[in-house]
Ligand binder design. Structure first.
Ligand code: F6P
Length: 531
């Protein structure tokens, strides 16, 4: 895929709430979806529109998406697509792919899509940064091959948090469940809570363990603490040669060296933490799935990149999902979105999406620093199906709030228990149908209002290619939604303040001097010190 030229004007696009179609959307939402007797009803919409299922379904690489059971009609979809055009979404997208500095608060380009561009390995790009990506990727895959071929390595431990944990952890889990992994056991440690690391260490042998310390900044408190404790444990238990047993995955090789790790697989600053599983941060995936598996993952994501770049907005899946998200958040005022993967291997998907969506778009000022006038990121939550049916589905069916639900399914299972998969799929489709259909009750508590929205994302299987396409879909949907709101989806200043307070409170916990703290925190510190 040739990177398009960054189009002029990507910096000066109108925000969605300032675009010409916005007032028409607002009026349409109130008139047609406002809750009156004639208000939009899914059951009536299907009865009136014979081609609704086909019309609101979309095809993208490895994915079939049925959006037809959503609270949306032809007019809303037309106005929303028009809105995306008015907001210059295509120009912003092309600027991303052309390497323009769209992460304006950090004055840098966004490069995660380059990490999955297969052309890079062959093409001698004029840009040194791009040449480096091809070389770094080759080094990473060589190391993955070497680790897999070394029978002495029985366990690999990825120490990282946030984007340096969630994506790799979820993908390894998914591929493991699909029988697509081999080689050493791969573990993940993220939490500052020492119970996570303490539970793992007794199961390891220093001579047979490789630690991957994954941290873009190489300064994140949790990761540094866990890495130090892992190294202490390694040395205290007879481990020899820290240099061979600890590898850093970081954009800050100097900090890794200062920490005492000589071998660092590096990447460029343009890779955001929550977009980093395609880079050396994904080494644990490459070790678990092998070179071919990792390349398949990249190929699936790259195919989705092409779909995002080349497909007209009206049939562009990430764009249409982002527009639906905007419609729900700003015009129908839904505060949250529920994601239910009916795929055991994707049980960590809701946690991964919480970071991707809420760290990217949980913001209140636009690229120019102006306050937003409309709500930004909805809360993302959920858990694996069918387990969720026995937890929160009661509220989805009969609770006071309408929560759009996203069902993620695979047509094929990777096990040979056919009865399970058929029942699993039936349950997922049944929930989506029940949410829509509702039911008249013979008593109030047995009444189901129905007309509750849902989306089905259908993958053929849980192969690396399918997982890659799904995750790239979510990345682009998140970017597209942030772009419509006028946000920078690639910074995360909101996480900094808490980190600073943690330093002050840790000092107070250590020295018992809480003077600088507020009365509530000081009292809690006092109580904890007395415990
Ligand atoms: O605190 C938030 C955050 O910066 C995330 O954006 C990031 O994924 C995570 O911490 C870990 O950061 P790093 O990879 O630099 O350790």
């Amino acid at each position: 895929m040739k990177a398009p030229m960054a189009p002029a004007g990507w910096q000066t696009r109108p925000r969605a709430d300032e675009a010409p179609s916005w007032p028409a959307l607002a009026t349409h939402a109130v008139r047609a979806f406002g809750g009156g007797a004639d208000s939009f009803d899914l059951r009536r919409a299907f009865a009136d529109q014979g081609d609704r299922a086909a019309k609101f379904s979309f095809e993208a690489p490895q994915l079939w998406a049925d959006l037809s059971k959503n609270l949306i009609d032809d007019t809303a979809q037309r106005l929303l697509t028009q809105l995306a055009e008015e907001c210059g979404l295509a120009a912003h997208r092309d600027a991303l792919f052309a390497g323009a500095p769209i992460n304006v608060s950090e004055d840098r380009a966004v490069s995660h899509v380059e990490w999955r561009n297969p052309a890079l390995a062959l093409e001698q790009s004029a840009q040194p940064a791009i040449q480096s990506i091809a070389q770094w990727r080759a080094t990473m895959l060589m190391l993955a091959d070497a680790v897999r071929a070394d029978a002495a390595v029985t366990d690999v431990v990825n120490i990282g948090i946030g984007g340096s944990d969630l994506g790799p952890r979820m993908v390894v889990q998914a591929l493991h469940a699909a029988g697509a992994t081999s080689g050493p056991r791969v573990h993940f440690v993220a939490n500052m809570d020492g119970h996570e690391l303490a539970a793992l260490l007794p199961r390891l042998q220093p001579a047979h363990t490789l630690f991957l310390v994954a941290s873009k900044s190489f300064g994140t408190a949790e990761t540094m603490r866990n890495a130090l404790s892992a190294r202490d444990w390694f040395l205290a238990n007879g481990g020899q040669d820290v240099a061979r047993h600890f590898v850093a995955l970081s954009a800050n090789a100097a900090a890794a060296r200062d920490f005492g790790i000589e071998h660092c697989l590096t990447f460029d600053e343009g890779v955001g933490g929550r977009y980093s599983l395609w880079s050396p941060v994904g080494l644990s995936i490459a070790i678990a799935a092998g070179r071919q598996g990792f390349e398949e993952l990249l190929a699936g994501a790259h195919a989705m990149d092409q779909h995002f770049v080349q497909t007209p907005l009206a049939r562009n899946l990430p764009v249409q999902l982002a527009l639906l998200d905007l419609w729900y958040r700003n015009h129908l005022h839904f505060a949250s979105r529920c994601v239910v993967p009916y795929v055991h291997g994707l049980r960590a998907l809701p946690a991964y999406l919480q970071q991707l969506e809420m760290e990217s778009n949980g913001k209140r000022v636009d690229l120019q620093g102006r306050a937003l006038r409309v709500a930004s990121a909805a809360s993302t939550w959920g858990q694996v199906g069918s387990n969720g049916q026995h937890a929160f589905f009661q509220a989805l069916h009969q609770g006071s709030d309408v929560v759009p639900v996203e069902f993620v399914l695979t047509a094929q299972a990777a096990h040979d228990l056919p009865e399970h998969h058929r029942k699993l799929l039936a349950n997922a489709l049944a929930q989506a149908r029940a949410l829509m259909m509702g039911q008249e009750g013979d008593a109030p508590e047995r009444h189901f209002p129905g007309n509750r929205p849902s989306t089905v994302l259908l993958l053929p299987d849980q192969s690396p290619r399918s997982i890659g396409a799904l995750l790239a879909l979510y990345e682009h949907r998140t970017f597209a939604l942030g772009s419509l709101w006028g946000l920078n989806s690639f910074d995360q200043w909101g996480v900094e303040l808490g980190k600073r307070h943690a330093g002050e409170i840790e000092a107070a916990l250590a020295d018992g001097n809480p003077e600088a703290l507020d009365a509530s925190t000081a009292a809690l510190v006092g109580r904890l010190r007395g415990a």
